[in-house]
Write a protein that binds this ligand. Structure first.
Ligand SMILES: Nc1ncnc2c1ncn2[C@@H]1O[C@H](COP(=O)(O)OP(=O)(O)O)[C@@H](O)[C@H]1O
Ligand SMILES: [Mg+2]
Length: 347
């Protein structure tokens, strides 16, 4: 039975970025205004280009403005290296417009030019690349003017009959307090984290109005194909295909862990005969948890049914004792060194 209040369905557009639609909760809501925030080199421009090239048509054209950063010709020289870059779409379907001249005249001139061009072209996709909290305008740096400009621009971007993006070049933490946040339908933060000697790129959907996105940080990669996102969690509504799912027979005997709530979460306990990896930084409770599991076996009078093997795997610097563990981090199985010899469990 329904209450007759189902609402108008919002069409979700595929982004063309592998893995991103799942993270967004099914795709980009049509006609949404989205903020993409991140430091230099975090992938904002590449993401916006990739989405645009995947979606523009002769009917729903794209208009791409550059305010700050490199001139469009230089930007395009690099962007042409990506496989998604389709020169056939360059004339007619996507127009690149540099606002470097207008910025010399001040931010009102920049806004006026954007509005004029959008009204002339009636695009289906608009990207403004990019703003910073402080912009050098007319030879001087202004913060209140930028705030005002971004607010006005955001109101236009929400009002146009187009799916729009505003790219912001500053760290995500600063973005979340920015007033423009409240008017955006979507807020996506891109970041780069240094783990040991390598850089790991992360994407986080802070909000996506009207749909349930996958929370937390997801890893992504940039290659010649552009961005590829690896969702941290499986899609909640989707069952794993039967061929790859680990099937546990409903009548499979379960061994209680000795922790009632954990047994409930595991569907009754650990299936007999299974190996379970308990991973976490030093001091997080691995040994206590496993100890309880063994003691529960002894308490139940089982004979040698439960075994414990401890292995220490070097963790990245920010997981070392004394540092704050990050609950979002996935477990890091193998590949980081050899396990230490097994120790028998003693109480
Ligand atoms: N073929 C490639 N393979 C891997 N990484 C690449 C490739 N081309 C560009 N990159 C990386 O992608 C990033 C480009 O980011 P960009 O979209 O320009 O970021 P932003 O607009 O946020 O400054 C750079 O950090 C660059 O190192
Ligand atoms: Mg850029």
């Amino acid at each position: 039975m329904t209450d007759g209040h189902e609402g108008v369905p919002i069409r979700k557009l595929p982004t063309g970025v592998p893995g991103l639609d799942d993270v967004l909760g099914g795709g980009l809501p049509e006609l949404s205004f989205n903020l993409v925030i991140g430091g230099p080199g975090s992938g904002k421009t590449t993401l916006a280009h990739q989405i645009m090239f995947a979606n523009v048509t002769a009917q729903r054209r794209g208009l791409y403005f550059t305010i700050v950063g490199e001139p469009p010709l230089k930007m395009l020289r690099y962007q042409q290296q990506y496989r998604f870059f389709d020169p056939a779409k360059m004339n007619g379907m996507i127009r690149f417009s540099s606002l470097s001249g207008e910025i010399q005249l001040g931010l009102p001139a920049v806004l006026e030019s954007i509005v004029r061009q959008v009204e002339a072209v009636s695009p289906g996709w608009v990207v403004v690349d990019s703003f910073r909290s402080v912009l050098r305008v007319n030879g001087r740096e202004g913060a209140p003017e930028v705030q005002d400009f971004v607010q006005r621009l955001a109101l236009h971007l929400t009002a146009w009959e187009a799916t729009t993006f505003l790219l912001g070049e500053f760290p995500g933490t600063e973005a979340e307090n920015h007033p423009v946040f409240t008017v955006a339908d979507g807020l996506v933060v891109l970041s780069q984290q240094t783990e040991r000697n390598s850089v790991v790129r992360k994407i986080r959907v802070v909000k996506m109005r009207g749909q349930s996105d996958l929370p937390g940080l997801h890893t992504f990669r940039i290659t010649r194909d552009g961005l590829s996102v690896f969702p941290r969690l499986p899609k909640p509504e989707e069952e794993e295909p039967a061929s790859t799912a680990v099937s546990i027979a409903p009548d499979q005997e379960r061994l209680s862990t000795g922790i009632r709530r954990l047994d409930e979460m595991l569907g009754g306990g650990v299936p007999r005969g299974y190996s379970v990896m308990v991973a976490g930084p030093s001091g997080s409770g691995k040994t206590v948890l496993s100890g309880q599991f063994i003691v529960e076996g002894v308490r139940r009078g089982e004979q040698g049914d439960r075994h414990l093997r401890e292995a220490s795997l070097p963790l990245p610097a920010d997981h070392q004792p004394g540092s704050r563990p990050r609950p979002d981090d996935p477990p890091r199985p193998g590949g980081h060194g050899l396990p230490s010899p097994a120790r028998p469990f003693r109480r």
